[in-house]
Design a protein around this ligand. Sequence first.
Ligand code: BEZ
Ligand code: MG
Length: 569
Amino acid sequence: MVDEGKSANQDARVLQLYEELLEIEQRLIPTGLHVLGRPSVANEKADLLKMIAAFDRPEFGARALANTVADGLGLTKTENRDPEQREQIDRIIDAAIRELLENGIDSATELVSREAGVSAVQVRPTFVLLADISKSLETNQELDAVLRALRGEFIEPGPGADIVQNPHILPTGRNTHAINPYSVPSTVAFARGECVANSLLNRYREENGRFPQSMALVLWGLDNIKTQGEGVAQALWLLGVRPVSDALNRITGVEPIPLETLGRPRIDVVMTVSGIFRDLFSPTVQLLDKAVRLVASLDEPLELNFVRKHVLEQIASDDCDLDQAAIRVFSNAPGNYGTNVNFMVMDSQWDREETLGDLFVTRKCFAYGRDSKGKAIEGEEAQSAMELALSRVEATYQNIDTFEIGLTDVDHYFEYLGGVSKAVEKRAKSRPAIYLSDSLSRDVKIRSLEETVRLESRAKTLNPKWYEGMLKHGFRGVAEIENHVSNTFGWSATADAVDDWIYSEVANTFLFDETMLERLRDLNPHSAHSLVRRLLEANGRGYWDAEESALDKLREISRSLEDQLEGVA
Ligand code: BEZ
Ligand code: MG
């Protein structure tokens, strides 16, 4: 009996390991930088088409290819498929997409009909769509558009979105920033928002045995353009309200979702929005503020309405009015952008981590919305309101909506999500649970920050497919690798979310492998030097418990790079 239990346990662990490997393997990984005007090559195109085919496309009459194939094979629903079944489906999809690129729609349709027993009528629309996208990927007007922009001429607008979510963004080379803020959140975004909000709350409840009373969300402008407001939708769902359109079909109002329908408490939400969001989504900022005030005014039990609970508590204890107690939408002062937390980290200009959270608050403590008399609040300094709101936060969250830019590709994720989490840690006297979601895949996936850092490190920074793609770009490629390591370091500084093995593997992969070190040295000794110094800083600040022998090697490499840069070697 004992042995059986042990073996079942081992089987479960092997299966979990397999799932994790599959997750990394099937992730769409950018294999190099984009070169303006250059269309994607065949293997990149195949990966992209596969990802696009993973979603239902009702507007094109096309179903997710994996589901069509699985139905044809008589297999079970996604969550119950075993690894062999998934591999079988994957093999058929890979072969079909290859067939499509080499021999066209008819051949791909025939292949799936033959291999999966699916009727041609069922699967053909998917290949018609993919063929169309494939053709649009071959041409673009990027260079022409840049030249026209430089001449001050008109650039035709196109929908701004991620290609996987909206293939209509093709051809590229248009002005992709087009958005009507009054259409946000779209119906689809609102539907997806429910799924994410529920998964997020369930994950927190699994780990903590109850719902969080208060959460801090980061909202960005470009992301909400790309997803037609998924981030906005998630905030509305957490509050438990739905958007309402006015007579001109503009989304300008909200109405409460009854508690019986919601089936859970309304969560208090502190929204830290980027300067770009504030500028592009002014009506949405008003909508979010209106949602908070509406929820605060509902006559509901306090244990089911945490916004009301906190607002009433604050009015009672602080002797302030509703307008003060209900501020939840914060951004920079008018005309200002960014948190500067990234600059402070990158320049190593800090001693204590809490300084990073304090800087976040100093930069972001400006309130936006409308007071109870209807007067617009447009960036009024509200530091004490923000500090109080953050002191109640138990979980922080940001949505990642594109495979192109992830947690360690840019310094903005750690400046925002890391910054707000560090600010919460001091004010709530406890580190919040930090989550991200991945609304790229069909199934919504909530991950902790630590899980996401691990996944990004394995899928990108430490993945030969990724770094060799970068190194093809020479000087810039090495700079990108160094950026990834520094951005990873940003997650140590703001959230202590990086495992030791990640830094050890960075050292092994890029610096302790002599051939690799030579390549980096030749291509870009400046970035190679910064990389070594960042690793030494990670150790110096207590984020990486490294062997003394490894540190000696790093110091030696640092010295020799310095000599090279100074022309001594
Ligand atoms: C934004 O789209 O709001 C954004 C873009 C880059 C950095 C920070 C925010
Ligand atoms: Mg550590």
